[in-house]
Design a protein around this ligand. Structure first.
Ligand code: OFO
Length: 170
């Protein structure tokens, strides 16, 4: 059975993951409003990943005879000054989430909760990917600058992102 401290911390992390999905869905709406459907597609996949992350934590508590407790979600930001600012915000958010995962890893060690520790290793690796993928788009949009043609090309490229089949697996 999962211990109370770890259960509370994972319940908090479920909220963070759902808030990530909420933030990225808000960016989907923003990109659609700017007629950037490719970026909206990229962020849709990102939001779907976040729901899968929330469910990994949800199932971990469930499988260890704990009790999931869903919390109120903060209202996400609605507008950004530019696509670059939106992707910068996504990258900053991923850095924040990495910090939260690292806190959970520390707690698992303190509590000698090896099951949580093993589960969390997947998230440690995933956060490297999450930070890297958002940073790559930030760098791309910085290079493009004010070029309208560049933005259209980037939008087309980002629209090719599809959900990896393994992302929704346990
Ligand atoms: Fe769940 O990795 Fe992003 O936030």
């Amino acid at each position: 059975m999962i211990g109370k401290r770890m259960q509370d911390a994972i319940n908090e992390q479920i909220k963070h993951e759902l808030e990530s999905a909420y933030l990225y869905l808000s960016m989907v709406a923003y990109f659609h409003s700017e007629s950037l459907d490719g970026m909206a597609q990229w962020m849709t996949v990102q939001a779907q990943e976040e729901l899968a992350h929330a469910m990994k934590f949800f199932n971990h508590i469930d499988e260890r005879d704990g009790r999931v407790e869903l919390k109120a979600l903060a209202q996400p930001q609605k507008e950004w000054a530019s696509p670059l600012e939106a992707f910068k915000a996504a990258h900053e958010h991923e850095r924040f989430i990495t910090g939260k995962i690292n806190d959970l890893v520390k707690l698992a060690a303190e509590e000698k909760d090896h099951a949580a520790g093993i589960m969390l290793q997947w998230f440690v690796t995933e956060q490297v990917e999450e930070e890297s993928s958002t940073l790559k788009v930030v760098e791309l949009l910085k290079r493009i600058g004010d070029s309208g043609h560049g933005l259209i090309m980037a939008d087309r490229e980002l629209g090719t992102r599809i959900a990896a089949p393994t992302e929704n697996e346990e």
